[in-house]
Write a protein that binds this ligand. Structure first.
Ligand code: ATP
Ligand code: MG
Length: 348
């Protein structure tokens, strides 16, 4: 029995979460796994009513769950900083979710924007808690027309070691051959050289997995030119962020992009969410693609040790895509969110 905290959030987050919960209910009914879930309405309406994104003891409450399933957050009535910095970031940081996982897999049946005969199937593992996105820095006034700003990029040996260890172990447990290091140590000569040194120390401890290193600019081009040649890509916070969006673009867009924020030690719950936001332009129309959210459920199952159920769910999505009958408009169909959810359960 697994306990699951569900935060649907705003906009299409609520719509796609409904379908994800239908999938979980179907799995419960089939007795392939037992989930006990609680739904939390911590979203922008909650903020407007109570002046905060979650209750004061919100993190204490979440701590006791095996995993968190998150929809999307964002509302024009609430500043982005509030929704991100008062809900998502505290969860990521407090629960030491230092790995952000983004599969880049072109599912069978789906045509991506690149040559469609390609077998694109790799994973980006992004360092999620340090690096370029640090708040250390500031702006200075040192004289008229001499203002300047500094922002420090702080990487720790522990931080680099643990994301690298995860990458090599992930490659091994998921039948991948190779880890690719996304770097820029030719230009960011202090921090990225340190990053390379530590990643390579870890690589030496895993001689059964191949290792290669590319500068981020070249690597971005290779994602388009030969995406089939990658297995596991390990990247810093900023590089991973950019590569992830590029990655989702080559495999069908935001409606097909799942993610996980992982605490590998399982000391705290990990959180799984689609990459997309609350999509205010289509919210309420019932046409959001629920597959990114459902795929996020699959990532959760894998993390909880049920790779068999992950594979079943992905196979059901592929079967649905191959059939091409019940797809949302973003991937060329005319079906509703609800119809896709139900069709997927039938496949399952
Ligand atoms: P946020 O700041 O919350 O990330 P955003 O505007 O940057 O919001 P999204 O909300 O993800 O990004 O929307 C970007 C575009 O992708 C929109 O045109 C939206 O309609 C589309 N989109 C996002 N999610 C889906 C989905 N599940 N199905 C179909 N289209 C989607
Ligand atoms: Mg966005």
């Amino acid at each position: 029995m697994y306990s699951l905290a569900v935060i649907p959030g705003d906009g299409v987050g609520k719509e796609v979460m409904k379908e994800a919960l239908k999938v979980i209910d179907a799995m419960n009914e089939r007795e392939s796994i037992a989930f006990d879930y609680d739904i939390f309405d911590w979203n922008s309406d909650y903020y407007l009513a109570y002046g905060r994104m979650m209750p004061e003891d919100g993190l204490e409450i979440l701590k006791n769950y095996d995993a968190i399933l998150f929809g999307a957050i964002g509302d024009s009535r609430v500043p982005d900083q509030v929704s991100i910095w008062e809900l998502i970031m505290p969860i990521r940081k407090t629960f030491k979710q230092y790995v952000n996982i983004r599969p880049v897999k072109l599912l069978d049946g789906l045509a991506g924007p690149l040559k469609s005969d390609r077998n694109i199937d790799f994973v980006i593992l992004r360092e999620n808690t340090e690096g370029e996105y640090s708040d250390v820095g500031g702006t200075m006034f040192t004289g008229e027309n001499r203002e300047l700003a500094v922002q420090n990029n702080i990487m720790t040996k522990q931080g680099i070691t643990q994301i690298s260890e995860y990458a090599f172990n992930y490659a091994r447990s998921h039948d991948f051959q190779k880890v690719t290091n996304a770097t820029k140590s030719n230009a960011i000569i202090h921090v990225m050289k340190f990053w390379d040194t530590v990643v390579e120390e870890v690589a030496e401890k895993h001689p059964d997995i191949d290792y290669e290193k590319y500068y981020i600019d070249a690597l971005a081009a290779y994602f388009v030119q030969r995406p089939e040649s990658f297995d596991v890509v390990v990247a810093s916070n900023l590089f991973g962020d950019i590569l992830s969006d590029l990655g989702s673009a080559i495999v069908g867009g935001l409606g097909m992009a799942p993610s996980g924020n992982i605490n590998p030690e399982k000391e705290f719950p990990s959180m799984f969410e689609p990459v997309h936001g609350s999509a205010p332009d289509i919210a309420g129309k019932g046409i959001a693609n629920p597959l990114a959210q459902i795929w996020s459920v699959a990532l959760m199952l894998d993390h909880l040790g049920r790779k068999d159920l992950h594979d079943q769910l992905v196979a059901a999505m592929e079967s649905l895509l191959q059939e091409k009958q019940t797809l949302t408009p973003d991937i060329g169909g005319a079906a509703t969110t609800e119809e896709v959810g139900s069709a997927l359960i039938a496949k399952l």
